[in-house]
Design a protein around this ligand. Structure first.
Ligand code: ATP
Length: 297
């Protein structure tokens, strides 16, 4: 299975709900940066990790804290099955980067284990299990570009003709999503109950106009991420002065994304940002497909 990272083109955040979650209006886009997951028959249960050289393997737990482990538990319990299989995660999505790499793995695991166990879970049940695992997991199943509401788990595809080019700049150290939300609450104690809508962003996508999209990109968590990590603001200013149409923190950060006009433009911005503080700079595009089977063996 292959599952993509996501970026948030619009992330509107409201005041915390009684259950502690923040209501979101978000527009997700799946981009061409992937984790792969292989599931094979076994009479035991095991997870192994093969990480890209820019990922610190110890950042990914391999015990019950791995979201793939939780996905397997949930799917097995849903069908009353024993949890058996050898799972290998081949990780290229930076960890704790606001790119939902764990959610991608969870979505890939749900589909892979459903096939491995011949469980024939309906799409509706898969989306329900995905939502229990995390707010971003249903989108990792869906892919493309989608509007997310609720706490992000209610997803519907949106019109997004054409291709957008992005420079993605991960950070050597992660940012904790709960910590960024806590800081958002401190900065904005009067946040509205209803998060800001995504209408302007959706209109820019439908028009497929890069300048309109650049102006419409929006992230309510960016101020909190800047406060916790002032280097991110400097990076975004640098990317924009090097010609990116717009730079933005994605999700809760610390990954920053830069919208560019073309593959050549993206490569030139990526080259200009290359320095010892940012050893990994990726050029990618979106939207791409959600979790999908690459090969049956
Ligand atoms: P989110 O915004 O959903 O928290 P993120 O992209 O910022 O996502 P992830 O890469 O999903 O962050 O990882 C968040 C934390 O989840 C990691 O710090 C790690 O401890 C834990 N984790 C559990 N399983 C995985 C996995 N399969 N891949 C990556 N991290 C995992």
């Amino acid at each position: 299975m292959r599952a993509p990272a996501k970026i948030n083109l619009h992330l509107g955040v409201g005041a915390p709900r009684p259950d502690g979650f923040h209501p979101l209006t978000t527009v997700y886009q799946a981009v061409g940066l992937y984790d792969d997951l292989t599931a094979a028959d076994s009479d035991t249960w095991r997870i192994e990790l093969d990480a890209a050289d820019y990922i610190e393997p110890t950042d990914v737990p391999l015990d019950g804290d791995n979201i793939v482990d939780r996905a397997a538990d949930l799917l097995a319990a849903h069908h009353g099955l024993a949890r058996l299989g050898d799972v290998q995660i081949t990780k290229a999505i930076p960890v704790a980067g606001g790119l939902a790499g764990g959610s991608a793995d969870a979505a890939a695991a749900l589909v892979a284990l459903d096939r491995l166990w011949a469980a024939q879970t309906t799409d509706e049940d898969l989306l329900g299990l995905a939502a229990q695992l995390g707010s971003d997991v249903p989108f990792a199943l869906l892919g493309g570009t989608a509007l997310g509401t609720g706490r992000g788990e209610l997803v519907e595809p949106v019109a997004d003709p054409g291709t957008w080019w992005w420079v993605v700049v991960p950070s050597a150290t992660g940012l904790s999503t709960p910590e960024v939300y806590r800081h958002f609450d401190r900065l904005f104690p009067d946040a509205p109950a209803d998060p800001p809508p995504a209408d302007v962003l959706l209109a820019a996508l439908a028009a497929h106009d890069p300048l309109l999209l650049a102006a419409a990109l929006h992230n309510d968590l960016q101020a909190a991420a800047f406060d916790l990590r002032p280097d991110l603001e400097t990076l975004i200013e640098r990317g924009e002065s090097e010609g990116a149409l717009r730079g933005m923190v994605t999700g809760s950060g610390p990954t920053c994304v830069f919208l560019c006009e073309s593959p050549d433009h993206a490569r030139s911005v990526a080259g200009a940002l290359d320095d010892p503080d940012h050893p990994v700079i990726l050029v990618t595009n979106g939207p791409v497909a959600g979790a999908h089977v690459v090969e049956y063996v």
